[in-house]
Design a protein around this ligand. Sequence first.
Ligand SMILES: O=C(CCCl)NNC1=[NH+]CCN1
Length: 324
Amino acid sequence: VGGDVTATPESDDNEYLCPVTIGGQTLNLDFDSGSSDLWVFSTSTPSSEQQSHTIYNPAKSSTFKELNGFTWQISYGDGSGASGTVGTDTVTVGGLTVKNQAVELATAVSSEFVTDSANNGLLGLAWSNLNTVEPTQQQTFFANAGPQLQQNVFTADLRHDQPGSYDFGFIDTSKFQGNLNYVPVDNSQGFWQFTVDGYAVGDGATGGNSFSAIADTGTTLLLLDDNIVSDYYSQISSAQNSNSAGGFVFDCTEDVPDLTLQIGDYAAVVPGSLLNFSQNGDGTCFGGIQSDGGQGFAILGDVFLKAQFTVFDQGNVQLGFAPK
Ligand SMILES: O=C(CCCl)NNC1=[NH+]CCN1
């Protein structure tokens, strides 16, 4: 048994939304390999915060069960957050069904979520030890689905300004070129965390120290150590770190170099076209590479993942990458 679901980018590829059916009700959720809670806008969300969101109504689901007294509270790397209560229901993603899946109902959401009306919640795809439900931590959809999958994997094929897909339980070899390159994952912090062995800017030599990174579909950009960020933007003459823009910007007319991350034997190339991320409206453009804020690991978000086909292998605790 497996599932294939379309991942549709919001404007500027800010995030990717996928249809999920919960107790017969379909909502578009942000699939997030950097967190492990499945939460939704619901009838428990204050009406002032519901705005034009699609909400889940547990009272209309014949399979919903309240987990009495259970709560959750999450904060994300970008400072956004949400909290609420918990129940279980039948959850279906691309034809793959999990019964008695923990579904977290938002009773409070931060402004980033209120104003993002296309996003009706998140489906966490990191490891279950990151789940925030108390008093009893809950399993992710992918962890619960594992036993019924032919291969205990899910894959991500995110694309620039066009629909991509997530597949659960199988690897579609038509979605990538050549062979998959696997690296071991350290899931002790709950992330899809692995080691990057070096980097190169443009057609320069590969150098630098090895560093830790997480594969995170829930983060928009490619967040790296400040030294690498400075080295990269030193190659773009008009680049500057703009407080008002919130990061590095450069003239939109500039030729933007590729970035290559050396992952074991695999040279993961992120083309310059993806690194000129968005227009600021004043002739400057916002870079797809920005600082990771010095938190000790890099965050390889959608800007990186758009350039690779990625296998999240729960069975063997490893990640696989291939060009597309
Ligand atoms: O929170 C993180 C970073 C973990 Cl280090 N990624 N997931 C996410 N979801 C919404 C915004 N960001």
